[in-house]
Design a protein around this ligand. Structure first.
Ligand code: FAD
Length: 410
């Protein structure tokens, strides 16, 4: 295999801004069982909590970051290899604007951490026609001056002959979309936070039922406690279980299965950046990154998942759906094996907007979650935003209303 091809298959040729940067090998920070009292205790070291802790520390505050299983762990919603960063959000322009700011922050952090986190990939949204969602994304792209291209089936066949669009007559291509290494990024954020003075505590926090007033300390399962002036619960799919009165019926945790299909030996047509991230109503997926194989996620079949206790084993039904999809959309991969699988869960709010608000029962407790299948990319911006809310800074009232927990019949 040529050197260029090998680097691409290994996902190294495309790390956007890493040219010349050394990959840092630093000792992993130690997670303790106790911590000194701090200004803010953040519970959850996923995409929301990790970035919040880092940002608060950089703003000069003492911070404790607590996690039951570790940053981007196998049960967390932020776990796994990769996530997409795309501006296309239909008519939800507020998130498109956040992504544009987030892309700058991701690049800065990639340089700061000295790790390849990002790969320019592009994203192709496929549909049978120019539906309202695609039109809205295209209008936002135009308004925000985001590079894009509306493609016909024959345009797509010419550009990506390894893909057969079939009944998908329209493609909206966003060449600036990226892939981010999810688990690696969560670890890097926690490590940077620790280097800057955040105390890392391993343990499961167990809040009592709110009795009004303020929360003074937070017990850890198995003994011990942490305390702070404020608390941010960024516990992803666990939030509904931690705060059943507030969130029990307003956050759902549907199961998702993720498949990696092998690519033919020596063939990089299915690897990033030769194939973009692809998305359509029934499935979405990623080109092969780091030699993992092409990633395919069937959408739908929303069984609730218990993030602590459920086995993460794929089902014959979704295996069949994924195989049929790959054979249809990528005929050259028809006989390739499934080389890896993952089972994870989303943490969907009823309107798929984030939930970032003060707990109504405690005036020093904040809830941050509801990533709803799109939160990872926003980590750096969400962290800044949550930090500002917790510190009582002025933020946009329209966003505050948008990020309030809502009932199912909102
Ligand atoms: C299959 C799939 C694909 C996705 N694709 C994308 C994508 O392409 N782009 C994108 O932007 N987003 C995507 N998302 C969404 C994104 O991954 C999530 O919105 C985001 O990772 C949520 O992060 P979080 O920090 O809120 O939750 P989590 O990552 O779940 O973090 C919560 C943390 O809290 C800890 N915790 C929980 N309870 C306690 C407790 N009591 N005490 C101590 N610690 C506790 C957990 O151990 C965990 O580490 C996807 C999600 C899934 C499932």
């Amino acid at each position: 295999m040529e050197r260029r091809t090998f680097l691409k298959a290994a996902g190294l040729a495309t790390a956007s801004s890493m040219a010349g940067a050394a990959v840092s090998v630093q000792p992993a920070p130690q997670w303790q069982r106790t911590a000194r009292p701090s200004d803010v205790v953040v519970i959850g070291a996923g995409a929301f909590g990790g970035w919040t802790a880092l940002r608060l520390r950089e703003m000069g505050h003492s911070v404790t970051l607590v996690d039951a299983y570790g940053p981007g762990n196998a049960r967390a919603t932020s776990g796994g290899e990769t996530r997409q960063i795309r501006v296309g959000y239909g008519d939800r322009e507020v998130y498109s604007r956040w992504v544009l700011r987030g892309m700058e922050l991701w690049r800065e952090r990639e340089r700061e951490f000295g790790l390849p986190l990002l790969s320019p990939a592009g994203r192709l949204q496929l549909a049978t026609d120019l539906n309202p969602g695609l039109r809205a994304s295209r209008d936002v792209f135009t308004r925000l001056k985001v590079d894009h291209e509306l493609m016909s089936a024959s345009d797509m066949r010419r550009r990506w002959p390894q893909m057969e669009p079939g009944e998908m007559a329209v493609g909206l291509y966003e060449p600036g979309a990226m892939i981010v290494r999810a688990h690696r990024a969560c670890l890097a954020v926690a490590e940077a936070a620790a280097r800057k003075g955040v105390q890392l505590v391993a343990g499961r926090a167990q809040p009592d039922r709110p009795t009004g007033g303020t929360l003074s300390q937070l017990a850890l399962q198995g003994g011990g406690a942490v305390s702070g002036a404020s608390y941010v619960f960024a516990c992803g799919p666990w939030l509904g279980r931690l705060f059943p009165d507030l969130l029990g019926r307003k956050l759902q945790t549907p199961r998702r299965e993720v498949y990696f299909f092998g690519t033919p030996a020596g063939d990089d047509r299915y690897s990033c950046p030769d194939l973009p991230v692809f998305s359509e109503a029934s499935h979405y997926g990623f080109p092969s990154v780091d030699g993992k194989g092409i990633k395919v996620c069937p959408v739908g079949g929303d069984t609730e998942m218990d993030p602590d206790n459920d086995d993460r084993i794929v089902t014959p039904f979704q295996v069949r759906r994924s195989r049929e999809y790959v054979a249809r959309r990528f005929p050259g991969l028809k006989d390739q094996p499934i080389v890896e699988t993952r089972v994870c869960q989303l943490e969907n709010s009823v309107d798929e907007h984030f939930i970032i608000q003060r707990h109504p029962g405690w005036d020093n407790v904040w809830i941050a979650g509801g990533g709803s299948g799109h939160g990872f990319k926003h980590g750096p911006v969400v962290g800044e935003y949550i930090a500002e809310r917790v510190l009582g800074r002025r933020t946009d009232p329209a966003l505050e209303a948008l990020f309030c927990v809502k009932d199912a019949n909102f």
